[in-house]
Design a protein around this ligand. Structure first.
Ligand SMILES: [Zn+2]
Length: 495
């Protein structure tokens, strides 16, 4: 029906008024979440410190994952522990009856060798050679849980139906946790997922990442004396070297943007002993899964060929395999709007002083050491997505449920990531401030997602568009246990 001009103007005004009142309504509910969070801030900080003080490597995060699970449990969430065959993986749920479900992703694994005192601007390990939260995961998990508790407060007070969940996802650094959890259906039934990552700036993470597989090839030969009777030996190390040579020749014939790197994780013991076992560990990456998987298969064929050439036996061990990340436009906008409402973290004179001290150890410190600005969100079509350059395991979540994430300033700009620079910030004020900004943003977005059915529909529509007919097929086969559960606890990392 063709409407007259005044009618359409009236409708537009009405739509505008409705939108404003909906926003105002949402703001009331969001304020409840934020007020609760402000009143309960110290518990979040204490829990984050508890995780920080127990830096544990992927799949071994017993104390830190339990600290986080207990934080949610004592605040009214129901815990299901040990999901997807990982003792440190869990799902925490608060339900307020039938309705939509919003999930937050929580990480808590640390990195080896990064031990550092909190709040000390000079490199001083707490435990020589010990692990540390060099990726800020001590803030990440707690920030997500803190946001979920804020959402729960709003749901309870305003009787918002639905449920809010937190997913305790182990071993992000080895790209294991979320992939195995997705494969085992842990995220099924979720309407929206939100996450964040500690960084040194404040912005929505609107970019892709590389699809990747982590795989080990182990060769078994026959030992012999290197000089006395080498003719009796069959060298497993020869097989490793021929695999690497084959892969290096293959490089010319794969796309430029593929990234293939390896380390010889076991190369034998001594030159005068023909090694009867050797191992090479590969990361095989490409911008898209459909480009990456054929390259992986080629690498596997090369390893099989090397075993034939050397008369050795080869065993392959797939550790994990993840997709490339799919940004979600409506959810990215939702995070951006909420980030703008929350605002950037405010740093004290003491924080700035600390940043200046810490920056003395940087190669090239930037002018602005602490980010108090907000990045702009630039939505671009799929072909123009930037890439993090690395790979992330929440990419697999992004293929299965509409998902978006942000990062906030939890560390001093210009420092190295995955280093003691981050560890020292993550355990002190700067980190806690960034975490609070992220948690408030996530809580606001979570409340809105529960209230706004149109938004949830748009997010799913966007995901379908991004998938463009491609079906998700987990890169980790059915029934394969996560690396630690597979190998027993000690053995995998010792190799
Ligand atoms: Zn990380």
């Amino acid at each position: 029906m063709k409407r007259t001009m005044p009618q359409s103007i009236a409708l537009a005004v009405l739509a505008c008024l409705l939108a404003t009142s909906l926003q105002a309504g949402n703001n009331k509910q969001k304020k409840t979440a934020w007020n609760w969070m402000a009143a309960n801030h110290s518990e979040a900080v204490t829990t984050s410190r508890e995780v920080w003080e127990n830096p544990e490597l992927g799949e071994l995060e017993y104390k830190s994952s339990e600290a986080l699970a207990a934080y949610l449990e004592r605040n009214g969430f129901t815990l299901e522990r040990g999901v997807a065959d990982m003792p440190t993986a869990w799902v925490a749920t608060f339900s307020n009856g039938e309705g939509p479900s919003v999930g937050f992703l929580a990480e808590f694994d640390a990195l080896p060798g990064l031990s550092q005192q909190a709040g000390n601007p000079v490199k001083t390990p707490l435990v020589e050679g010990g692990a540390g939260h060099g990726c800020g995961h001590s803030l990440l998990g707690v920030g997500s849980a803190y946001a979920a508790l804020g959402v729960k407060a709003a749901m309870t007070k305003h009787n918002i139906p639905g449920s809010v969940k937190v997913f305790g996802t182990p071993a992000e650094e080895t790209l294991v946790g979320k992939v195995y959890m997705v494969r085992d259906g842990v995220f099924d039934g979720l309407d929206i997922a939100l996450g964040w990552h500690p960084g040194s700036a404040n912005a929505v993470a609107y970019s892709s990442s590389l699809a990747m597989s982590s795989i080990k090839f182990r060769f078994f030969g026959r030992t012999a004396h290197g000089a006395g009777d080498p003719h009796n030996g069959r060298s497993a190390l020869d097989a490793v070297e021929l695999t690497d040579v084959g892969v290096n020749f293959m490089r010319e014939h794969v796309i430029d943007k593929a990234r293939i790197h390896y380390v010889i994780s076991d190369g034998g013991g001594a030159p005068n002993v023909v090694p009867d076992r050797a191992e090479v560990w590969y990361f095989v990456r490409a911008p898209k899964t459909e480009q990456q998987r054929p390259i992986l298969d080629w690498v596997r064929e090369i390893a099989r060929g090397a075993a034939i050439m050397t008369q050795t036996r080869m065993e392959e061990e797939l550790l994990s395999s993840c997709y490339e990340f799919l940004p979600n436009d409506p959810l990215s906008r939702l995070l951006q709007e909420n980030l703008e409402q929350v605002g950037a973290p405010e740093f004290s004179a003491g924080d700035w002083e600390f940043a200046t001290e810490l920056a003395r150890s940087f190669d090239d410190p930037p002018e602005m050491l602490l980010d108090t600005t907000l990045g702009e969100l630039k939505i671009v079509p799929p072909g123009q997505w930037g890439s993090t350059g690395g790979s992330v395991d929440d990419a697999d979540v992004s293929w299965n449920v509409p998902y978006a994430r942000l990062y906030t300033a939890c560390a001093v700009k210009g420092g190295n990531s995955h280093s003691w620079h981050v560890v020292t910030c993550a355990g002190s004020e700067i980190g806690f401030k960034g975490m609070t900004t992220a948690a408030r943003t996530l809580a606001g977005a979570g409340v809105e997602a529960l209230l706004n059915e149109k938004l949830r529909k748009a997010a799913w529509e966007d995901l379908r568009e991004k998938l463009d007919g491609r079906a998700y097929e987990c890169g980790v086969p059915e029934g394969l246990l996560p690396p630690h559960s597979r190998a027993g606890q000690e053995n995998y990392r010792a190799k």
